[in-house]
Design a protein around this ligand. Structure first.
Ligand code: COA
Length: 202
């Protein structure tokens, strides 16, 4: 198994993305929402993280000098942002439930922030459920701060917290992101580089 690779999301990814979407969110987006962002919203950028696995196959002849393997690839995380003038609004982010704690959330957020800066973003903001501690901790770690609260923001009545970064060019946040980048790589290697990971449980 290889380390996760960042790739732009395309409509061809949506079958896989929708399976994860329904597993990761109590109020999932529809396929149409993703499709219209991917095909009609120039301000939207969506990325996926993919891992590739190679499975050795039994050679058809024991005299064969070749090692034959089949290749499969799997989306393990995805997310996106909308560029609102010079602010990247993180629209969604999710990592595979069976791969949590491996650094995928961090890797994806760092990739989204890189893409946002490349598109001209100078800050980033997002909304997160008040009860969603894992996501809030991830954002805090990357330099987001709680800057507001939207009462009953979600359809089930839960409040949303607004979290925003300081200017992304600030030295302090650049140092924080660089530290997270180094730590993410080590964490991903531990989980994905040759080590066995638990089978997915549907
Ligand atoms: C939020 C989410 C993307 C995190 O993904 P992940 O791949 O587990 O994240 P990582 O392995 O990169 O962890 C990075 C950091 O996130 C935070 N974090 C992740 N899981 C956590 C948990 N269960 N409790 C507290 N903090 C957690 C920590 O700060 C962690 O760094 P640390 O271990 O050094 O403290 C994932 O939990 C998810 O997909 N949740 C469902 C969808 C969702 O809520 N999306 C956010 C919508 S706003």
């Amino acid at each position: 198994m290889t380390l996760p690779v960042v790739t732009p999301m395309t409509p061809a990814d949506l079958d896989e993305v929708m399976v994860l979407e329904r597993r990761c969110f109590t109020d999932p987006w529809t396929r149409h929402m993703y499709l219209s962002d991917l095909t009609q919203n120039e301000m939207a950028t969506y990325l996926t993280l993919r891992v590739v696995s190679y499975k050795p196959q039994t050679p058809d002849s024991s005299n064969s000098p070749w090692v034959v393997s089949t290749q499969t690839s799997e989306i393990v995380a995805y997310g996106g942002f909308w560029l609102m003038v010079d602010q990247a609004h993180i629209a969604t982010i999710a990592s595979h439930p069976a791969r949590r704690g491996c650094g995928l959330g961090q890797q994806l957020m760092l990739a989204l922030l890189d893409a946002a800066i490349a598109r001209g973003a100078t800050t980033s903001t997002l909304e997160v459920r008040a009860s969603n501690q894992p996501a809030q901790q991830l954002y805090l770690k990357l330099g987001y701060e709680i800057t507001g609260r939207r009462r009953r923001y979600y359809r089930d009545g839960e409040d949303g917290l607004i979290m925003t970064t300081p200017p992304l060019a600030d030295t302090a946040i650049q140092e924080r992101l660089a530290a997270a980048r180094a730590e993410t790589m080590a964490r991903l290697q531990k989980c994905f580089d040759g080590a066995s990971i638990p089978d997915d449980k549907p």
